[in-house]
Ligand binder design. Structure first.
Ligand code: ADP
Ligand code: GN1
Ligand code: MG
Length: 363
């Protein structure tokens, strides 16, 4: 059987008891594998439609997780929980190719879980600290060693170009129904350039960044609610720390889930925004430049707009990129993002004041 064949390629302990689909990621196919040993494993089929070169992805993950572990070893961290841990194949590789599919295996991070929406506000303070810590852990990582796993991943102006092309071709005849959403995006075209222009000019530093810091990519301890580590390292690449701040706000500080169909439920939760900002800035304020600090709130708007635009692009393109669970799922997701953008626009000044208040308390 295929699952046995795949799992038997990896150096795992015990016999397989069961394998079940797991988590709510939009990209890879994830399975939780239970064995007769006390260890559990995460088995993933890497999405090659998204990651054209799985080898590059795995090279990055090996480098980054080793770097984090070496650093944390001196801080007495729990080896099995401070980062993802790749389970090698019996031939000492980090992944296996079987019938054109690529598979990898991680040790299951025990005693922790991910959330679609937080249940205790302090969790978001912890998530802010974890995302800041990830930045510090990799601040001395040799950036040139990283493979570019998805070119122009957060190049929002390029994403806009792609969106316009897809909307113009409209292969699935869906464009007429989303005129308002298309207009919403076009009206904000100028806002999209800020981070990319800053990176290009060098006014915003290029750093090693995670690039996918939504809430369900952070493991939270089940007993203490502390954030243990950031997972889903497929898109660790050179970028701006603003993407990591903004994307965490997009989901973490919302009053609703990412695909909430009832737009009246979607607002910025100011308490959560403050808690995340506090956790994050407490950890990294000393390394951030004034230009980065200036754009923190804007970054949440840009990345939410970008994400909504990507969902809408995929909707117009026939739902080929993101995993969807029902018809129109990408459209619902896109609309929810645009509502969150509007909410940020309404509350920009309040959010800026919170950033300044948190910074002042750290001087
Ligand atoms: P995707 O790229 O599809 O988002 P992820 O790598 O984020 O896939 O994994 C999907 C989910 O599986 C995560 O949100 C998390 O709940 C769970 N998960 C992934 N890796 C581990 C791990 N090593 N230990 C425990 N849970 C994990
Ligand atoms: C995807 O893999 P996952 O579900 O953590 C996507 C992110 C989006 C996010 C939106 C490689 O993240 O860029 O922001 O969905 N990952 C990739 O929920 O495209
Ligand atoms: Mg994920």
């Amino acid at each position: 059987m295929i699952m046995y064949q795949i799992l038997s390629a990896f150096d795992i302990d015990g016999e397989i008891i069961k394998s079940e689909e797991y988590g709510n990621g939009h990209i890879n196919k994830t399975f939780l594998v239970t064995t007769t040993s006390e260890k559990k494993y995460i088995l993933q089929q890497i999405n090659v439609n998204v990651f054209k070169r799985p080898k590059d992805v795995m090279e990055n993950i090996e480098l980054v997780t080793n770097h984090i572990r070496n650093k944390e070893a001196n801080n007495g961290c729990d080896y099995s929980r401070c980062s993802l841990e790749i389970v090698n194949t019996k031939r000492n590789g980090s992944y296996v190719k079987l019938r054109e599919n690529y598979w990898r295996c991680y040790k299951f991070i025990h005693g922790a879980k991910t959330y679609e929406k937080i249940v205790n506000p302090m969790q978001l303070y912890e998530v802010g600290k974890a995302i800041g810590k990830f930045q510090l852990q990799l601040s001395d990582f040799p950036i040139d060693q990283l493979n570019i796993t998805i070119p122009d991943f957060h190049n929002t102006p390029k994403r806009y170009e792609t969106f316009i092309n897809v909307a113009n071709i409209d292969t699935h005849d869906r464009g007429l129904d989303v005129f308002n959403e298309i207009k919403f995006i076009c009206d904000r075209q100028d806002d999209m350039k800020i981070i990319e222009e800053g990176l290009a000019k060098g006014t915003i530093p290029t750093r090693v960044t995670h690039n996918d810091t939504k809430l369900n990519n952070v493991m939270i301890d089940e007993a203490t609610d502390q954030a243990i580590c950031v997972i889903d390292l497929d898109t660790v690449m050179p970028g701006s720390v603003l993407y990591d701040f903004g994307d965490a706000i997009r989901v973490g500080a919302s009053t609703a889930v990412e695909d909430e169909p009832d737009l009246s439920k979607i607002h910025v939760n100011m308490e959560l925004f403050e808690l995340f900002t506090r956790g994050f800035l407490e950890t990294v304020h000393h390394i951030l430049t004034p230009e980065e600090i200036k754009h923190l709130v804007t970054s949440a708007k840009i990345i939410t707009l970008e994400c909504g635009m990507r969902f809408l692009t995929d909707y117009l393109d026939g739902d080929q990129y993101f995993t969807t669970h029902y018809e129109n799922h990408n459209l619902i997701r896109a609309r929810a993002q645009f509502k969150f953008v509007e909410e940020i626009e309404k509350n920009t000044q309040k959010m800026e004041e919170i950033v300044q208040k948190v910074l002042a308390s750290l001087q």
